[in-house]
Write a protein that binds this ligand. Structure first.
Ligand SMILES: CC(C)(COP(=O)(O)OP(=O)(O)OC[C@H]1O[C@@H](n2cnc3c(N)ncnc32)[C@H](O)[C@@H]1OP(=O)(O)O)[C@@H](O)C(=O)NCCC(=O)NCCS
Length: 195
């Protein structure tokens, strides 16, 4: 192997590998299937859910859901887009860790009828645990609209810190909305999980 090849292999970006299946106390997190489209369309067709997300238009239908699922299931993205399911495989939400412009971002949503049971804290915590096992030196960014106290609470419980505030465009609200930026360093996560 010559020096040029060695130099090239040094610069290869480490990736977390394929989207895993993760079993938690109450949930199964798994890769998406095309057959999840109707459940996603039903969940994201609810303005109470979509108003807290930046890139979900209203109305939102099964074709919109398929347009999102197809790249997720193609194997070409490095992202983890985990379906949050209950024991009977019902799709109730998503927790995703996505690579955007070289940085990893955590995002999530849950069908409104499942809110306030600790499901997203449980799902996102398990996804982060697995992600940090594969990518132990990676920072993760997240954030929420400033009026999304439930989501900011989830991130506080997971160990994210507020880093900045700005405004981002919400497709469903069709306007700029104040937004809080957050981040978690690997040492923050390790400190919280292993006191
Ligand atoms: C945000 C969301 C994912 C939370 O999911 P969830 O499973 O209900 O969250 P959890 O139950 O794990 O935790 C929610 C926390 O916020 C608290 N909370 C809920 N509604 C709240 C409100 N209006 N104001 C303040 N706190 C609130 C809950 O009490 C809980 O905190 P606690 O455990 O200290 O009591 C869910 O509401 C959702 O899907 N919303 C729409 C989409 C969205 O906002 N996605 C995130 C975009 S950043």
């Amino acid at each position: 192997m010559n020096a040029a090849v060695l130099q090239k292999s040094d610069s290869v970006v480490t990736m977390p590998g394929p989207c895993p299946v993760i079993i938690t106390e109450r949930l199964v997190l798994r890769p998406h299937k095309l057959s999840d489209a109707p459940a996603i369309a039903e969940s994201l067709g609810d303005f109470k859910v979509s108003r807290m997300l930046s890139k979900v238009p209203q109305p939102y239908d099964r074709q919109d859901a398929l347009d999102w699922i197809v790249p997720q299931t193609s194997g070409i993205l490095p992202d983890w887009a985990l379906a949050i399911t209950t024991g009977d495989d019902t799709h109730i939400g998503v927790v995703a860790i996505e690579l955007r412009r070289g940085e990893w971002h955590l995002g999530y949503w849950l069908n409104r009828f499942y809110w306030d049971r600790g499901y997203v804290t449980e799902a996102a915590g398990a996804a982060l645990e697995r992600f940090f096992r594969r990518m132990p030196n990676t920072a993760i960014r997240s954030g929420a609209f400033a009026d999304n106290l439930a989501s900011l609470n989830v991130q506080r419980k997971l160990g994210f810190r507020i880093t900045d505030a700005d405004q981002i465009f919400s497709m469903s609200r069709n306007r700029m909305v104040p937004h809080i930026e957050t981040a978690m360093l690997p040492e923050d996560f390790r400190r919280l999980r292993r006191p």
